[in-house]
Design a protein around this ligand. Structure first.
Ligand SMILES: C[S@@+](CC[C@H](N)C(=O)[O-])C[C@H]1O[C@@H](n2cnc3c(N)ncnc32)[C@H](O)[C@@H]1O
Length: 297
Protein backbone atom coordinates (compact mmCIF):
# COMPACT_ATOMS: atom_id res chain seq x y z
CA UNK A 1 0.00 0.00 0.00
CA UNK A 2 2.81 2.37 0.91
CA UNK A 3 5.77 2.89 -1.41
CA UNK A 4 8.66 4.10 0.66
CA UNK A 5 12.43 4.01 0.68
CA UNK A 6 13.96 1.05 2.52
CA UNK A 7 10.98 -1.29 2.12
CA UNK A 8 12.09 -4.80 3.09
CA UNK A 9 11.20 -8.07 1.42
CA UNK A 10 10.07 -10.37 4.28
CA UNK A 11 11.28 -13.50 2.44
CA UNK A 12 14.84 -12.35 2.93
CA UNK A 13 14.59 -11.63 6.67
CA UNK A 14 11.99 -13.93 8.18
CA UNK A 15 14.15 -17.09 7.85
CA UNK A 16 16.44 -15.48 10.46
CA UNK A 17 13.61 -14.62 12.85
CA UNK A 18 12.23 -16.85 15.62
CA UNK A 19 9.48 -19.22 14.46
CA UNK A 20 6.97 -18.30 17.17
CA UNK A 21 6.88 -15.28 19.42
CA UNK A 22 4.35 -13.98 21.88
CA UNK A 23 5.11 -10.29 21.39
CA UNK A 24 6.67 -8.89 18.23
CA UNK A 25 7.85 -5.27 18.03
CA UNK A 26 8.69 -3.63 14.70
CA UNK A 27 10.57 -0.60 16.01
CA UNK A 28 10.85 1.21 12.64
CA UNK A 29 7.87 -0.09 10.70
CA UNK A 30 7.96 2.14 7.56
CA UNK A 31 5.71 0.43 5.01
CA UNK A 32 4.92 -2.33 7.53
CA UNK A 33 6.07 -5.09 5.18
CA UNK A 34 7.80 -6.96 8.03
CA UNK A 35 5.03 -6.24 10.56
CA UNK A 36 2.37 -7.76 8.30
CA UNK A 37 4.52 -10.78 7.47
CA UNK A 38 4.83 -11.52 11.22
CA UNK A 39 1.05 -11.63 11.75
CA UNK A 40 0.88 -15.40 11.80
CA UNK A 41 4.01 -15.83 13.92
CA UNK A 42 3.18 -13.49 16.80
CA UNK A 43 0.29 -13.19 19.22
CA UNK A 44 0.73 -9.48 20.01
CA UNK A 45 2.20 -7.01 17.52
CA UNK A 46 3.45 -3.45 18.11
CA UNK A 47 4.45 -1.39 15.08
CA UNK A 48 6.22 1.92 15.59
CA UNK A 49 7.42 4.77 13.39
CA UNK A 50 8.10 8.33 14.49
CA UNK A 51 6.92 9.68 11.12
CA UNK A 52 3.49 11.14 11.91
CA UNK A 53 2.29 10.49 8.36
CA UNK A 54 3.11 6.79 8.59
CA UNK A 55 1.34 6.50 11.95
CA UNK A 56 -1.69 8.48 10.81
CA UNK A 57 -2.04 6.41 7.63
CA UNK A 58 -2.16 3.09 9.48
CA UNK A 59 -4.49 4.46 12.17
CA UNK A 60 -6.88 5.65 9.43
CA UNK A 61 -6.65 2.31 7.60
CA UNK A 62 -7.36 0.57 10.90
CA UNK A 63 -10.20 2.78 12.16
CA UNK A 64 -11.62 4.72 9.17
CA UNK A 65 -10.98 2.48 6.18
CA UNK A 66 -14.34 3.14 4.51
CA UNK A 67 -13.82 6.91 4.72
CA UNK A 68 -10.33 6.57 3.26
CA UNK A 69 -11.67 4.47 0.38
CA UNK A 70 -14.33 7.11 -0.36
CA UNK A 71 -11.78 9.91 -0.24
CA UNK A 72 -9.45 8.02 -2.62
CA UNK A 73 -12.31 7.39 -5.03
CA UNK A 74 -12.96 11.15 -5.15
CA UNK A 75 -9.29 11.97 -5.62
CA UNK A 76 -8.41 13.20 -9.11
CA UNK A 77 -5.20 11.55 -10.37
CA UNK A 78 -3.90 14.88 -11.44
CA UNK A 79 -0.64 16.82 -11.42
CA UNK A 80 -2.33 19.91 -9.94
CA UNK A 81 -3.45 18.02 -6.82
CA UNK A 82 -0.05 16.38 -6.50
CA UNK A 83 1.75 19.72 -6.71
CA UNK A 84 -0.66 21.34 -4.25
CA UNK A 85 -0.01 18.55 -1.71
CA UNK A 86 3.74 18.87 -2.12
CA UNK A 87 3.38 22.31 -0.53
CA UNK A 88 0.37 21.88 1.78
CA UNK A 89 -0.37 19.50 4.60
CA UNK A 90 -3.89 18.41 5.60
CA UNK A 91 -5.31 18.69 9.11
CA UNK A 92 -8.13 16.18 8.79
CA UNK A 93 -6.76 12.67 9.43
CA UNK A 94 -8.49 11.01 6.45
CA UNK A 95 -7.34 13.71 4.02
CA UNK A 96 -3.84 13.62 5.54
CA UNK A 97 -3.75 9.87 4.85
CA UNK A 98 -5.04 10.41 1.29
CA UNK A 99 -2.37 13.06 0.69
CA UNK A 100 0.39 10.81 2.06
CA UNK A 101 -0.75 7.88 -0.09
CA UNK A 102 -0.77 10.03 -3.20
CA UNK A 103 2.68 11.52 -2.57
CA UNK A 104 4.32 8.22 -1.64
CA UNK A 105 2.60 6.01 -4.23
CA UNK A 106 2.50 8.23 -7.24
CA UNK A 107 5.76 10.14 -6.85
CA UNK A 108 8.51 9.38 -9.32
CA UNK A 109 10.94 6.87 -7.65
CA UNK A 110 8.81 6.98 -4.49
CA UNK A 111 9.80 10.59 -3.85
CA UNK A 112 7.23 13.38 -3.76
CA UNK A 113 9.00 15.38 -6.50
CA UNK A 114 6.90 14.79 -9.59
CA UNK A 115 3.87 12.70 -10.49
CA UNK A 116 4.55 9.57 -12.54
CA UNK A 117 2.05 7.88 -14.80
CA UNK A 118 2.60 4.13 -14.89
CA UNK A 119 0.00 1.34 -14.89
CA UNK A 120 1.22 -0.20 -11.59
CA UNK A 121 0.67 3.10 -9.78
CA UNK A 122 -3.04 3.26 -10.42
CA UNK A 123 -5.77 4.29 -8.05
CA UNK A 124 -7.55 1.01 -8.80
CA UNK A 125 -4.55 -1.01 -7.57
CA UNK A 126 -4.25 1.11 -4.47
CA UNK A 127 -7.97 0.88 -3.71
CA UNK A 128 -8.04 -2.89 -4.04
CA UNK A 129 -5.06 -3.15 -1.66
CA UNK A 130 -6.76 -0.98 0.94
CA UNK A 131 -10.01 -2.90 0.67
CA UNK A 132 -8.12 -6.07 1.62
CA UNK A 133 -6.42 -4.41 4.61
CA UNK A 134 -8.75 -5.87 7.20
CA UNK A 135 -6.01 -7.86 8.90
CA UNK A 136 -4.44 -5.04 10.90
CA UNK A 137 -7.09 -4.76 13.60
CA UNK A 138 -4.90 -6.48 16.18
CA UNK A 139 -1.80 -4.42 15.52
CA UNK A 140 -0.98 -1.70 18.03
CA UNK A 141 0.50 1.26 16.14
CA UNK A 142 2.86 3.68 17.88
CA UNK A 143 4.52 6.95 16.80
CA UNK A 144 7.34 7.20 19.32
CA UNK A 145 11.03 7.78 19.08
CA UNK A 146 12.64 4.31 19.15
CA UNK A 147 14.16 5.09 22.57
CA UNK A 148 10.71 5.17 24.17
CA UNK A 149 9.12 2.15 22.52
CA UNK A 150 10.08 -0.60 24.97
CA UNK A 151 9.09 1.41 28.04
CA UNK A 152 5.72 2.38 26.50
CA UNK A 153 4.62 -1.18 25.86
CA UNK A 154 2.56 -2.69 28.63
CA UNK A 155 4.31 -6.04 28.74
CA UNK A 156 1.91 -8.67 29.92
CA UNK A 157 3.17 -10.60 32.91
CA UNK A 158 5.92 -12.98 31.89
CA UNK A 159 5.73 -11.93 28.22
CA UNK A 160 8.95 -9.95 28.43
CA UNK A 161 10.98 -13.11 28.87
CA UNK A 162 13.90 -13.32 26.46
CA UNK A 163 12.69 -16.47 24.75
CA UNK A 164 9.18 -15.17 24.35
CA UNK A 165 9.38 -11.79 22.60
CA UNK A 166 11.25 -10.39 19.64
CA UNK A 167 12.18 -6.93 18.37
CA UNK A 168 13.09 -6.12 14.79
CA UNK A 169 14.89 -2.81 14.29
CA UNK A 170 15.30 -1.45 10.77
CA UNK A 171 16.55 2.12 11.29
CA UNK A 172 17.53 4.44 8.44
CA UNK A 173 20.95 3.18 7.38
CA UNK A 174 23.75 5.01 9.13
CA UNK A 175 25.69 7.33 6.84
CA UNK A 176 23.18 7.26 3.99
CA UNK A 177 21.02 10.03 2.65
CA UNK A 178 17.30 9.33 2.81
CA UNK A 179 14.07 11.24 2.52
CA UNK A 180 12.61 10.35 5.91
CA UNK A 181 11.51 13.12 8.24
CA UNK A 182 14.61 12.76 10.42
CA UNK A 183 18.13 11.49 9.80
CA UNK A 184 19.86 8.81 11.87
CA UNK A 185 23.18 9.65 13.52
CA UNK A 186 26.04 7.66 15.05
CA UNK A 187 24.70 8.57 18.52
CA UNK A 188 21.27 7.22 17.56
CA UNK A 189 22.90 3.96 16.46
CA UNK A 190 24.81 3.70 19.75
CA UNK A 191 21.58 4.35 21.70
CA UNK A 192 19.77 1.73 19.65
CA UNK A 193 22.34 -0.99 20.42
CA UNK A 194 22.45 -0.06 24.12
CA UNK A 195 18.67 -0.10 24.45
CA UNK A 196 18.28 -3.39 22.61
CA UNK A 197 21.05 -5.23 24.47
CA UNK A 198 19.85 -3.72 27.77
CA UNK A 199 16.28 -4.93 27.18
CA UNK A 200 17.13 -8.61 27.65
CA UNK A 201 14.85 -9.44 24.70
CA UNK A 202 15.75 -11.22 21.47
CA UNK A 203 16.36 -8.75 18.65
CA UNK A 204 17.56 -8.35 15.07
CA UNK A 205 18.89 -5.14 13.50
CA UNK A 206 19.18 -4.44 9.76
CA UNK A 207 22.12 -2.34 8.65
CA UNK A 208 24.84 -1.96 6.06
CA UNK A 209 28.30 -3.38 6.82
CA UNK A 210 29.47 -0.02 8.06
CA UNK A 211 32.65 -0.09 10.24
CA UNK A 212 30.93 1.77 13.07
CA UNK A 213 28.04 -0.70 13.10
CA UNK A 214 30.34 -3.74 12.98
CA UNK A 215 32.39 -2.29 15.85
CA UNK A 216 29.22 -1.84 17.90
CA UNK A 217 28.10 -5.40 17.12
CA UNK A 218 31.49 -6.71 18.28
CA UNK A 219 31.42 -4.51 21.37
CA UNK A 220 28.06 -6.00 22.39
CA UNK A 221 29.08 -9.58 21.46
CA UNK A 222 26.42 -9.96 18.75
CA UNK A 223 26.10 -12.23 15.67
CA UNK A 224 26.59 -10.61 12.27
CA UNK A 225 24.92 -12.28 9.25
CA UNK A 226 25.84 -11.34 5.71
CA UNK A 227 22.71 -10.81 3.61
CA UNK A 228 24.40 -9.88 0.36
CA UNK A 229 24.39 -6.79 -1.72
CA UNK A 230 21.61 -4.23 -1.73
CA UNK A 231 21.59 -2.01 -4.78
CA UNK A 232 19.91 1.17 -5.78
CA UNK A 233 20.54 3.48 -8.71
CA UNK A 234 23.57 5.08 -7.07
CA UNK A 235 25.05 2.53 -4.66
CA UNK A 236 25.83 -1.12 -4.05
CA UNK A 237 26.29 -1.90 -0.39
CA UNK A 238 26.74 -4.97 1.74
CA UNK A 239 23.70 -5.60 3.87
CA UNK A 240 23.91 -7.33 7.26
CA UNK A 241 21.53 -8.56 9.91
CA UNK A 242 22.76 -8.37 13.51
CA UNK A 243 21.16 -10.62 16.10
CA UNK A 244 21.70 -11.43 19.77
CA UNK A 245 20.73 -15.07 19.15
CA UNK A 246 21.89 -17.75 16.75
CA UNK A 247 19.05 -18.02 14.19
CA UNK A 248 17.60 -21.43 13.36
CA UNK A 249 17.53 -20.74 9.62
CA UNK A 250 15.00 -22.96 7.90
CA UNK A 251 15.99 -24.79 4.72
CA UNK A 252 14.21 -23.13 1.86
CA UNK A 253 14.63 -20.77 -1.01
CA UNK A 254 17.59 -19.10 0.68
CA UNK A 255 19.65 -22.28 0.94
CA UNK A 256 18.73 -24.73 -1.84
CA UNK A 257 20.38 -28.11 -1.41
CA UNK A 258 18.93 -30.52 -3.98
CA UNK A 259 18.90 -30.88 -7.77
CA UNK A 260 21.03 -29.48 -10.56
CA UNK A 261 19.53 -26.01 -10.41
CA UNK A 262 20.07 -25.98 -6.68
CA UNK A 263 23.66 -27.11 -7.04
CA UNK A 264 24.35 -24.35 -9.61
CA UNK A 265 22.65 -21.91 -7.28
CA UNK A 266 24.77 -23.21 -4.42
CA UNK A 267 28.00 -22.79 -6.40
CA UNK A 268 27.02 -19.26 -7.37
CA UNK A 269 26.04 -18.57 -3.78
CA UNK A 270 29.36 -19.88 -2.49
CA UNK A 271 31.25 -17.66 -4.97
CA UNK A 272 29.08 -14.69 -4.00
CA UNK A 273 29.54 -15.51 -0.32
CA UNK A 274 33.33 -15.74 -0.74
CA UNK A 275 33.40 -12.32 -2.40
CA UNK A 276 31.07 -10.91 0.21
CA UNK A 277 33.16 -12.49 2.97
CA UNK A 278 36.19 -10.68 1.59
CA UNK A 279 34.26 -7.42 1.62
CA UNK A 280 33.14 -8.03 5.20
CA UNK A 281 36.75 -8.74 6.13
CA UNK A 282 37.64 -5.37 4.62
CA UNK A 283 34.90 -3.83 6.74
CA UNK A 284 36.41 -5.50 9.82
CA UNK A 285 39.83 -4.06 8.95
CA UNK A 286 38.19 -0.66 8.65
CA UNK A 287 36.60 -1.29 12.04
CA UNK A 288 40.01 -2.01 13.58
CA UNK A 289 41.37 1.21 12.07
CA UNK A 290 38.32 3.05 13.34
CA UNK A 291 38.84 1.62 16.86
CA UNK A 292 42.52 2.56 16.80
CA UNK A 293 41.66 6.11 15.71
CA UNK A 294 39.28 6.31 18.68
CA UNK A 295 41.97 5.27 21.16
CA UNK A 296 44.28 7.96 19.78
CA UNK A 297 41.69 10.69 20.50
C1 LIG B 1 14.46 1.79 6.79
S1 LIG B 1 12.89 2.45 7.19
C2 LIG B 1 12.01 1.06 7.73
C3 LIG B 1 11.56 0.22 6.57
C4 LIG B 1 10.59 -0.89 6.94
N1 LIG B 1 11.26 -1.98 7.62
C5 LIG B 1 9.89 -1.40 5.68
O1 LIG B 1 10.03 -2.57 5.34
O2 LIG B 1 9.21 -0.60 5.04
C6 LIG B 1 13.18 3.35 8.66
C7 LIG B 1 11.96 4.00 9.29
O3 LIG B 1 12.36 4.52 10.57
C8 LIG B 1 11.63 5.70 10.84
N2 LIG B 1 12.42 6.45 11.84
C9 LIG B 1 13.49 7.27 11.62
N3 LIG B 1 13.97 7.73 12.78
C10 LIG B 1 13.22 7.18 13.77
C11 LIG B 1 13.24 7.28 15.21
N4 LIG B 1 14.14 8.04 15.83
N5 LIG B 1 12.32 6.58 15.91
C12 LIG B 1 11.38 5.81 15.28
N6 LIG B 1 11.31 5.70 13.92
C13 LIG B 1 12.21 6.37 13.17
C14 LIG B 1 11.49 6.39 9.48
O4 LIG B 1 10.36 7.23 9.46
C15 LIG B 1 11.36 5.18 8.52
O5 LIG B 1 10.02 4.92 8.20
Amino acid sequence: MLRRLGKKDPQKYLPYFPERVTTFVDMFMGTGSITFAMLNRAKYIYANDNDKNVFNLFMVVKNKREELIESLKLLPYHEGVFNYWKEHEEIDDVWAATRFLMLSNFGYLGKPDSLRFVPSASKTNLLSEIVSFNFIENIQFMDSDFRDVISKISWREGKKATNDSFIYADPPYLGTINNYQSSFTEDDTRDLFSILTGSGLRFAVSEFANPIVIALAEEHGLYVHDLGERRNLKNRREEILITNYQPQRRQGSLFPSEGAAASTANKQMNTDKKERGEKLAVSRQQTMRYKKSLTKL
